[in-house]
Ligand binder design. Structure first.
Ligand code: SAM
Length: 257
């Protein structure tokens, strides 16, 4: 078979560092009876060591050439290949207790994270390689420039932990940026529940659309003086200063009207 030429449009940077592969698999700790899906198996850098520990694995891959290679390499009873776009894939169809892993295509990482967050109920955990900068936004605490819509909406659904950094040289071709591996564990629903999640999303979006402005202004169409007083939140503060729980309380007050 001819060597595969990496396709930029599919965000292809293949892992070549065996040390990094081993660290990721160790972080995931796959057990024989786990239900696991890998997003973007590519040339199989993670697929192969995962299949060394698992009797069966699901993968979602968009590139037909890579799919042909995977088919030639792994028998269908061990590797279930779902051909298509992970952004359209129904992860819930694979059943409950799902573990999601992948060295994600960086060009679609943010929409993919939102897609997965919306379907987090059946998920046990997720381990992803992403750009370091995205991981830092995911885990950011209130107060800094990295804290934004991605931080609030993902922290609402998951406990997240940055596990380790990965240098560009671990990939071929090497990406321009540093990468990091993150672990995401769904939070119990009752811990921090928005009564209307679509409304929570709208509030967070409006607040961060003009993150330097005061909340009194960015949320003026929804929140009135008495609402801020009732919640004990100072409306002169800016979006980046509120904790995830504050956004949930704002959304719940609006939902109760
Ligand atoms: N897992 C391999 C590795 O670690 O070497 C490949 C990682 S590469 C960064 C991203 C992979 O995701 C590629 O195989 C690419 O074809 C695939 N991919 C890109 N966009 C995708 C999409 N929308 N849905 C599913 N897979 C996609």
């Amino acid at each position: 078979m001819k060597p595969h030429v990496a396709r930029k449009r599919f965000g292809q940077n293949f892992l070549v560092s065996q040390g990094v592969v081993a660290k990721i698999v160790e972080a995931i700790r796959p057990q024989a009876d786990d239900r696991v899906v890998e997003i973007g198996p590519g040339l199989g850098a993670l697929t192969e060591p995962l299949l060394a520990r698992l009797p069966h694995l699901h993968v979602v891959e968009i590139d037909r050439d890579l799919i042909a290679r995977l088919r030639a390499r792994f028998p269908p009873e061990r590797l279930a290949i779902h051909e298509g776009d992970a952004l359209q894939f129904d992860f819930a169809s694979l059943g409950p207790g799902l573990r999601v892993v992948g060295n994600l295509p960086y060009n679609i990482s943010t929409p993919l994270l939102f897609h997965l967050a919306a379907r987090a109920d059946g998920v046990r955990d997720m381990h992803f390689m992403l750009q370091r900068e995205v991981v830092e936004r995911m885990v950011a605490a209130p107060g800094g420039a990295e804290y934004g819509r991605l931080s609030v909406m993902l922290q609402y659904r998951f406990e997240m932990e940055r596990l380790f950094l990965v240098p560009p040289g671990a990939f071929n071709p090497a990406p321009k940026v540093e990468s990091a591996v993150v672990r995401m564990m769904p939070r119990p629903r009752e811990a921090l529940a928005a009564n209307d999640e679509a409304l929570l999303e709208e509030v967070v979006k409006s607040a961060f659309a003009q993150r330097r402005k005061m909340l009194r202004n960015t949320l003026r169409d929804r929140m009135h003086e008495e609402d801020w007083t009732a919640l004990g939140i100072d409306p002169m503060r800016r979006a980046e200063e509120l904790a995830v729980g504050d956004y949930v309380r704002i959304a719940n007050r609006l939902a109760s009207r």
